[in-house]
Design a protein around this ligand. Sequence first.
Ligand code: APR
Ligand code: ZN
Length: 250
Amino acid sequence: MTSNNNVKMEDKIITLAAIMKKSKNIMILTGAGMDTESNIPDFRSRSGWWRNIDPREVATREALKNNYSLFHDFYSYRIKKLFDVNPHKGHYVLAKFEEQGIINSIATQNVSGLHRKAGSKEVYELHGNINIVNCDDCKSDEDITNFLNRGSCEKCNSEFLRPRVILFGESLPEEVWSKTLSNLNKIDLLIVIGTSLAVYPVNELPRMFNGFKVYINNEESLNYNYFDLTIIGKAKDILIKLDEEISKSS
Ligand code: APR
Ligand code: ZN
């Protein structure tokens, strides 16, 4: 016995599979909801980071410069938590879709690196990657262990080592942002997975895109009625079903 919602979800997945098969160039946009089933908390849902921590205290340049201990605690805790985290089946499905030529690229707000770990190649890490560490002063690449041990920069001796993640108020990495923007004129389908679309400028992308756009999320979001298709459910579950549907009809 399937509830009305399930029947609706199944039908929508069949519809999406058909649209994907007809599309020539597909970009996926992911957020933290893509990683929660790999045990990485997201930010704004009930169990998200920002439910207990004020992002201004830890994820801004002020925090980096004026409250380095808390900044360092927050990011080293997140880095250590990633040590035993792996991509889930949904990440592998997206990597398989790229290999099969079904999708062309993934723009992600996630800093975990799980898309690449699952084998996806064309990945635009719009908010950086937490597993890479730089000196905030001389920008040199630094060893992550040195950061975790609260060491100083090996080049200029600065204490301000930081993961290469985009802090609130910092601009996005130029190259991946312009690639993502130029893709908006090349793709014919944008699939947005697991993001509240709360953060500028990434949250502008779906509105800037004139083609068919799909929103996959496990929470209804009222102000996203500009999507052509919305599938409410868990990212991993939906991607597995989508893969089954596409393999059936190939
Ligand atoms: N499947 C589908 N959706 C999910 C799942 C899941 N398993 N788990 C959570 N979600 C949904 C949540 O309901 C929420 O709507 O994913 C969305 C995640 O939204 P946020 O927590 O706001 O994360 P995100 O949109 O990626 O945040 C963007 O904000 O703090 C900054 O830099 C940080 O990159 C992050 C940016
Ligand atoms: Zn330095």
